[in-house]
Write a protein that binds this ligand. Structure first.
Ligand SMILES: [Zn+2]
Length: 448
């Protein structure tokens, strides 16, 4: 606990304005604290503890129960205080003379922060957002261990690994990413208070893999409402489409939900799939090309099949009456190929297929996934695209790879290995070994 006492009581300054008069929109918690130092407040900084309640956060200052009660009431439609997270910072400002609590500032995440006012004449809760600045950046890297390790060595926000994996999901098998593969990328980073809080998007990228160069350019045509389609240097689409559903002529009987009443288990639990009700024996299709990773029986899933499409996406199909002959682990399947038949094996009340969709190792709602254009650039936009692409390509090509040992096109493997040994990379390698093989960014790329 840090206690800063400010003794500026005697100074009358124009900054001495009541909270209600302060334009909070332009302030950050630190700016608000700064202002209040001028009012002679004491500042108590801490982080939220597990299961900590509002009253105990205010306990460094004096505040009576009716005021806390009123504060909790005031917060109801504005901010759910039960979502306050352990480990997040908060600051309490108290009157230096009376020790009376005045303000509680809570930083919910890097962007959202909450001001709880417990002043006698102003008991209120307000939520504010720190301004997010988007800056365009360029980066280049050569992969020696894994893409995520390379990103972290370069000090780049880890989210860029996921963004790049999505852009290249269908063109590069990142399970086979290898030592010496290299990338250049122009991307947009989100900054709050000058610190990175995430990646807004990838504008353009090049990836050299097995001596082939893979380019990706984000380009939005007027019809492209998503504004996130990627094309290669010839204007071809970077994406392939998933089938909308794994069965024809079906109806959705239950959607993906974080909370639903389970019809068999009779309790509330998350349903991380989409159920398609269809008659027993209806063929189930692979929704995209991929490799079967599981095809077996489990008590809850019944007969099921799981397909890995690429380093980013996997799908799973449950409750089959039977798995199609020949569908087993390691087998390649094409989009639309029959992998099994609708049934009600496992925990199921009637014949249906529970379709589950994984993105970067997490189960997500298949129906909410937005997939960019899968067609090449339309002729009418082609000249514009080519001009735009040429500019970006030139920029990409001028981004230097880090380290003098990487100058030129050839990687000196011995030099890189020596460097890695110096860094005692062994310890680092074993600790960064993927816990979840679904995230290609964590895969050790170069076991040379
Ligand atoms: Zn289901």
């Amino acid at each position: 606990m840090r206690l800063i006492t400010c003794l500026l009581l005697a100074i009358i300054s124009p900054m001495m304005v009541a909270l209600a008069n302060v334009d909070l929109q332009v302030l950050s918690p630190s700016a608000l604290i700064e202002q209040n130092l001028d009012r002679g407040y004491t500042v108590h900084e801490d982080v939220v503890k597990k299961n900590q309640v509002l009253s105990s956060m205010l306990s460094d200052c004096s505040v009576d129960y009716p005021r806390i009660h009123k504060l909790v009431e005031s917060s109801k439609d504005i901010f759910n205080i039960r979502t306050m997270k352990a480990g997040r910072p908060y600051t309490v400002l108290c009157d230096a003379e009376s020790g009376d609590a005045r303000l509680l500032l809570y930083e919910h995440n890097p962007i959202d922060w909450v001001v709880f006012s417990v002043e006698e004449n102003d008991i209120s809760t307000k939520v504010f957002q720190k301004p997010v600045e988007i800056v365009e950046r360029e980066a280049a890297g050569i992969i020696t261990t894994s893409l995520s390790a390379t990103m972290s060595e370069l000090g780049i926000n880890y989210e860029l690994t996921d963004r790049l994996s999505e852009v290249y999901a269908w063109s590069i098998d990142f399970w086979r990413i290898q030592y010496g593969d290299r990338f250049r990328v122009i991307y947009e980073e989100k900054l709050v208070d000058g610190k990175s809080v995430g990646i807004a998007g990838v504008k353009a990228a090049s990836f050299r893999h097995y001596d082939g160069d893979f380019y990706a350019f984000r380009y939005a045509t007027p019809e492209d409402t998503l504004g996130m389609s990627y094309f290669d240097e010839k204007g071809g689409s970077m994406q392939k489409q998933f089938l909308r559903a794994p069965v024809k002529y079906s109806r959705i009987s239950s959607r993906y939900s974080r909370r639903r009443f389970h019809p068999v288990q009779k309790r509330w639990k998350a349903h991380l799939g989409t159920d398609y009700a269809a008659p027993k024996g209806t063929p189930i299709y692979a929704t995209a090309d991929g490799i079967i990773t599981e095809a077996r029986f489990k008590r809850a899933n019944g007969n099921y099949v799981k397909i890995r499409h690429n380093g980013t996406y996997s799908t799973q199909y449950l409750h089959m009456t039977k798995i199609k002959k020949g569908i087993r682990s390691g087998v390649k399947v094409r989009q639309g190929q029959v992998i099994g038949f609708v049934g009600s094996t496992g925990l199921a009340t009637g014949p249906h297929v529970c379709y589950r969709f994984w993105k970067n190792g997490k189960q997500v709602d298949a129906l909410k996934q937005k997939f960019p254009a899968t067609k090449p650039i339309d002729q009418q936009y082609y000249p514009d695209f080519m001009g735009y692409k040429d500019q970006l390509m030139e920029r990409l090509e001028s981004v230097p790879y880090p380290g003098s040992e990487f100058e030129g096109d050839e990687v000196d493997e011995m030099e890189v290995l020596e460097r890695l040994e110096e860094q005692e990379s062994d310890a680092k390698l074993s600790s960064s070994f993927p816990a979840n093989p679904g995230n290609w960014g964590l895969i050790l790329a170069a076991i040379v």
